[in-house]
Design a binder for this molecule. Structure first.
Ligand SMILES: [Zn+2]
Length: 410
């Protein structure tokens, strides 16, 4: 399995300008190549191949206008051409319906918030015995190794984010899986809007305090920025502050996702989530909270950790109307407006919590053995008859006496 590991880099002033040059060159190569292809398309000529682009790049380096491309590692420039190919492939695959549709490749600008360059094995980059990252034509850059790499990576991507921070991102081939000891619980998760996540056992999980605090500071910085006069020095300062606060929120959120996904993987043998139609939701007013919550990042963490530690991960289709079906009797009750947090099933009388009910439905749709009891608000006062007391793990619908006995509140 391939995993991505990121570490903070602390380049010196000289290295920062070398990196700026490399980012700039990579961008120019990308844009030049994109222009060549766009012009060919406009002229009705065939698609310009990667080999042809590569040849043109070599030729361009010999011209006075592009001679400065020679100051940067050739591998970085070649990788920039690869990136363009990937952008085209994704675009074409989207047109063919092989993946979600995306826009045609676009020109990169200096103002792009994230700049990056990639060094492959050919670039002869390496980690020095002293623990620095040696990059060709840049130097030995200081790294904060916050985790150990499980194996030697073959490529490194150097990134500068909108807050002006530098990172080295390695793709590492991890060794064999490390299965955790088997356990029995199975859980369905509803990624709600009120809470970050709701589990089929009734647990509701909110964002931790450190994340909420970071978010609060970001909002404050944004408010301050909006009050500053356009074009003023103070506005520039405030903008940097917002970018930093943004970065802090992103870090805190990633940390929270890691903690929660690890905990869920440890405690459960099988995990089911709903394949979120984030794209669909993004068009609604909920868009902001959906994106902020970073669900897809969290779900992909669950997925790779499940694979790594020998757990079962199931994504159920979004066609399942998880919030419309009573998780106790299975009757489809029709859509309910978002403000309806609890309702009484018209068929079986169970009083259901919207989020937990959805989580139980997710688990059931995935074929997990979960009880629907958690979905109900305050179980009814009628105790279960002795013969039924041990069947909590079974789906109530599987027991015909259930309705006859008439204990909807169980
Ligand atoms: Zn019902």
């Amino acid at each position: 399995m391939q995993l991505r590991y990121s570490f903070r880099l602390y380049p010196s002033a000289g290295q920062r300008s070398a990196l700026a040059r490399a980012f700039g060159c990579a961008r120019v190569v990308f844009n030049d190549a994109l222009r060549v292809r766009e012009e060919a398309r406009a002229a009705g000529l065939p698609f310009v191949t990667s080999a042809e682009l590569s040849k043109r790049l070599t030729a361009a380096k010999r011209t006075p206008e592009r001679a400065w491309l020679g100051e940067v590692s050739a591998v970085v420039l070649q990788q920039s051409l690869r990136d363009l190919d990937t952008a085209y492939r994704n675009f074409f695959d989207g047109l063919k319906g092989k993946r979600p549709r995306m826009g045609a490749p676009r020109y990169k600008t200096k103002r792009d918030t994230r700049q990056s360059i990639r060094f492959t094995a050919n670039a002869a980059w390496r980690i020095t015995p002293g623990g620095k990252l040696r990059l060709p034509k840049i130097g030995d850059v200081k790294v904060k190794w916050s985790r150990t790499l499980p194996s030697v990576p073959s490529t490194v991507t150097v990134i500068k984010d909108s807050a002006g921070r530098y990172f080295a991102s390695f793709v590492v081939e991890t060794g064999p899986e490390e299965p955790l000891p088997q356990t029995t619980p199975e859980v369905g998760i509803d990624l709600g809007l009120g809470h970050f996540a709701v589990l089929s056992d009734g647990t509701k999980i909110d964002s931790p305090r450190f994340l909420r605090r970071a978010e609060k500071r970001l909002r404050k910085a944004q408010r301050e920025l909006s009050r500053k006069q356009k074009g003023s020095k103070n506005r520039d300062k405030a903008r940097t502050k917002v970018a930093r606060a943004h970065a802090k929120v992103a870090d805190a959120r990633r940390e929270f996702h890691h903690q929660l996904s690890t905990q869920l993987i440890r405690e459960n043998q099988a995990i089911a989530v709903e394949d979120l139609a984030v794209k669909g939701l993004a068009r609604t007013r909920l868009a902001k909270s959906v994106h902020d919550a970073g669900w897809s990042a969290f779900v992909s963490m669950l997925e790779y950790k499940a694979a790594r530690y020998g757990r079962t991960f199931i994504r159920i289709g979004r066609f399942e109307p998880t919030s419309q079906v009573c998780s106790v009797c299975g009757v489809k009750d029709g859509p309910k407006p978002l403000h309806v947090r609890t309702w009484t099933c018209s068929a079986c009388g169970a009083v259901l919590d919207r989020d937990i009910n959805a989580a139980v439905n997710v688990a059931k749709a995935a074929g997990l053995a979960v009880s629907a009891c958690g979905a109900q608000v305050r179980p009814g006062p009628v105790p279960a008859p002795r013969s039924e007391a041990g069947t909590h793990q079974e789906l109530p619908t599987a027991s015909p006496q259930w309705e006859q006995i008439g204990i909807p509140g169980l």
